[in-house]
Write a protein of this length. Structure first.
Length: 274
């Protein structure tokens, strides 16, 4: 662990872990049998359930009680500036459609930013029985079916044509149509492509060596804040378009041998626009 890991950052991590754990338990154990769509976002198939809203409220209430001067950015509407220099970036239920259908790949993502830089992040995947976490400079770790904490490391370098790459698709028809064309061009150039339905889980799977790379257009900060830190602390490279950080235009994550060639191909394919 590097010397720049501070007690303050570890305190933020501990609070993120508690918030993600409690929200994950609510989502896992409190899912109603008649769960229905509460609202839609970007399109009629981009949905919010009552459980997304309840989980975000649980997280923000818990953190605000402990740290009332902090700010928030949450997928379901939590937004405040704060005065402490700390902002919490929250996706209370990443993979809502999976959750709605009873599929297991969904997660709670909680990240803490200090003066604009992510310093702690937690992704809890309750149906996997796994939680991933990182503090800047302290490596990436997970708890799960194994004993104790396991330090995460991305896979060793592999050529792009041997890479297993994951992606996701937007809920706006014009955007997803273009994304399908990008995937069509990419498939012959990689080992294979996966689509889990949760960006946070995909990022952690790169960190854990279960994927060689991941890319997606249209992500918001809450989708990748925690997972991006976890992937980087596990040795992966992350970015957006060349020389840019992850953004709504494009998020790219990969092992050191996969990241740059994947990023170049996505730039050539125009993955960031219709």
């Amino acid at each position: 662990m590097r010397s720049d890991v501070t007690a303050h950052h570890l305190e933020l991590l501990a609070l993120a872990q508690e918030a993600a754990r409690r929200a994950g338990e609510l989502l896992r154990d409190g899912r109603p049998a008649d769960l229905a769509v509460a609202a839609t976002k970007s399109s009629p198939i981009d949905v919010v359930t009552e459980m997304d809203i309840a989980a975000e409220k649980l997280i923000t209430d818990l953190i605000a009680d402990r740290r009332p001067q902090d700010g928030f950015l949450g997928e379901e509407g939590a937004s405040s500036e704060g005065t402490s220099g700390v902002r919490w970036v929250i996706d209370p239920l990443d993979g809502t459609v999976n959750y709605l259908y009873g599929l297991p790949t969904w997660a709670v993502s909680v990240a803490a930013e200090q003066d604009g830089e992510t310093v702690a992040g937690v992704v809890a995947a309750p149906m996997r029985g796994e939680t991933y976490h990182a503090v800047r400079g302290g490596g990436a770790w997970a708890t799960g079916a194994w004993d104790g904490e396991r330090r995460l490391a991305c896979r060793s370098a592999a050529p792009l044509d041997k890479a297993l790459v994951s992606t996701g698709f937007n809920y706006v028809t014009a955007v997803r149509t273009h994304q399908a064309e990008v995937a069509r061009q990419l498939i012959p150039l990689v080992r294979d492509i996966r689509r889990s339905g949760s960006a946070a889980v995909d990022l952690c799977d790169v960190a854990a060596g279960r994927l060689d790379g991941y890319y997606e257009r249209g992500l918001n900060a809450w989708d990748y804040a925690a997972g991006d830190l976890i992937a980087r602390e596990a040795g992966a490279l992350t970015g957006g378009r060349p020389s840019e950080r992850p953004s709504r235009d494009l998020t790219v994550v990969g092992t050191p041998g996969v990241f740059e060639p994947l990023q170049r191909l996505l730039e050539d394919f125009g993955a960031w626009h219709d």
